[in-house]
Design a protein around this ligand. Structure first.
Ligand code: ZN
Length: 233
């Protein structure tokens, strides 16, 4: 059995080391803007437990140069282990139209390179479901998912939907084999090892969660092969 963190952000090396001492073995680390992609790339080369994602977070679309798509494509092309994230929409922020354009371009690149995506959808889940319906084969994690039951049912119709949840009320609607656990650290001072507490609080069994994690990662064959070797040799 091992712990993992399905969604966090770049932080200091010692944070990763502390979490690893508590048996948090793998961290999916999300980029939010081209400004931090290089740092993520460097850190993931140094810390094999870090699984890198490159994306544009809907909060940071104002500061994009015209080069960002070419750059994202280059990062994905160069690294078959990379995923796409954090991308998505945020209904509490302005300019949903521009957010949607950026999100769409990220979904297209993820499709071209066959990579899973990590989605932020605060107050915008319906629009996200609409947009994802054009990408039926895309594997995605809805991070910090929070919505009413009809919306949960809508997402459950996607064959490759995974959810990370923080609330027991939402967890009750989601089949346990579709759940991944995250810290979103260092947001709101959360620590990487918070995943252990979150899973406990929501009553998840890590055996099931590990299986879900490996199923999700099986969509990135380069990573899946390495992890299987490390975990089950
Ligand atoms: Zn995040």
């Amino acid at each position: 059995m091992f712990y993992f963190d399905a969604h966090c952000h770049i932080q200091s090396k010692c944070r990763f080391e502390t979490a690893q001492q508590l048996n948090v073995k793998y961290f999916i680390v999300n980029g939010t803007h081209p400004n931090n992609w290089k740092e993520i790339q460097k850190a993931s080369e140094e810390i094999p437990a870090m699984l890198p994602c490159y994306g544009v977070h809907p909060w940071y679309i104002d500061y994009l140069s015209g080069e960002w798509e070419r750059l994202l494509s280059a990062y994905l092309n160069r690294n078959p282990a990379a995923m796409v994230g954090e991308i998505g929409l945020d209904g509490s922020k302005p300019d949903l139209l521009r957010q949607s354009e950026v999100f769409e371009r990220c979904l297209q690149l993820a499709k071209v390179y066959h990579r899973p995506v990590h989605i932020h959808g605060h107050k915008a889940w319906a629009k996200i479901a609409d947009m994802l319906s054009c990408y039926p084969d895309t594997v995605f994690l809805l991070h910090r998912f929070y919505a009413e039951e009809p919306m949960v049912r809508r997402f459950l119709k996607f064959k490759n939907a995974y959810f990370s949840v923080m609330s027991a009320r939402i967890a009750a609607f989601i089949p346990p084999e579709r759940v991944l656990i995250e810290s979103d650290s260092p947001d709101k001072c959360r620590r990487l090892e918070n995943v252990i507490e979150t899973a406990d609080r929501l009553g998840y069994d890590w055996k099931q969660l590990d299986q879900n994690f490996m199923n999700f990662i099986s969509h990135v064959p380069a990573v899946h092969a390495r992890l299987s070797e490390e975990l089950f040799r």
